[in-house]
Ligand binder design. Sequence first.
Ligand SMILES: Cc1cc2nc3c(=O)[nH]c(=O)nc-3n(C[C@H](O)[C@H](O)[C@H](O)COP(=O)(O)O)c2cc1C
Length: 371
Amino acid sequence: MTHLFDPITLRGVTLANRIGVSPMCMYCADGDGKPTDWHLAHLLQRAIGGAGLVMAEATAVTAEGRITPGDLGLWEDDQIPAHARLARAIAHVGAVPGIQIGHAGRKGSREAGWLDAPAEPSWQTRSASGLPQGHFVPPRAMREEEVAEIPSLFAAAARRAVEAGYRLIELHGAHGYLLHQFLSPVSNRRTDRWGGDFAGRTRLTLEVVKAVRAAVPQEMPLALRVSHTDWIEGGWSTEETVELARLVKALGMDLVDVSSGGIDPALQKIPVGPGYQVPGAAAVRQGAGIATAAVGLITEPEQAQAIVTEGKADMVLLARAVLRDPYWPARAAATLGRVEAVKAPPQYERGWSGIAKFGMRLETGKPMPGR
Ligand SMILES: Cc1cc2nc3c(=O)[nH]c(=O)nc-3n(C[C@H](O)[C@H](O)[C@H](O)COP(=O)(O)O)c2cc1C
């Protein structure tokens, strides 16, 4: 039976265990899309905590494709060295550095979430159709030739990600961002070849997958994050996701990261609860025969372990649980009887067994070993 702390190999890359740090926007790049000291501290800390994969946040493939001016970017070569610093640091402590690349489409031109304001200065966003969403500025529908340029932007960003040293690239096709805006009939009302039926709405995502696969080395694993359902009557559905997963598998996709929702918060009705997106991951895994990652309210070691051992997904991604506790993987290894699976960095070795066993010696007041 597969264990949460068994390694997993995706193409030419082996993760030490099946726990990944899910991409999380920090909205504090330097204004030119370059990572800062914050990103280094945030991601390195979580890599030390023992996750097999640590993914950098949604990183824009073009400046216009940012959610906020504080988003990370990989739209020009100048941005590579600062990303290389992150990838190097994550790899140095034994985790695989990954990155999510994406385009916000109509969900752009805002300030950071905690400011809740339009970007200053704002910019014209573009989407599948000219339909606005919530508080975002109304987009304009892309012309056909503008849509056709998007795959090459993803491919160029992926090439830069490889150069920076990331070893897994995830394409952001979820949460109501650009690729999802094309996939979903809620946001895509086009009548040209980029819209209409399933083939039209999935065309952009498939073209992006083809372009990225061709741009990166053979051994580089690719993941696609999808919203398996819009949770809206008549919206993008789990059945369509399974069909899309079959198609991307044939194009060389290695992992589908199964999330949900985000195309229209006003219309969606999400049955939020522990592991509420796991059935989507299981449906894709079973229906398309492709490896999946489950994500969303996975908070307990036994819960994560059950998802993997019961074959619902090949790995789990955690966001808020590892924000609360960067050492979640180390603690989970202890809880699940695999304490040796998460090695301490030598700098921490003396305190590590304490961390893993839920009571650092310093916390319990016991003397440090050797003192
Ligand atoms: C601070 C924060 C930032 C996030 N940014 C991203 C992002 O950049 N890309 C993405 O696909 N999801 C993003 N998400 C969603 C998470 O990756 C994850 O799918 C979601 O939080 C559910 O997992 P959880 O219940 O473990 O938090 C973000 C979540 C949080 C909490």
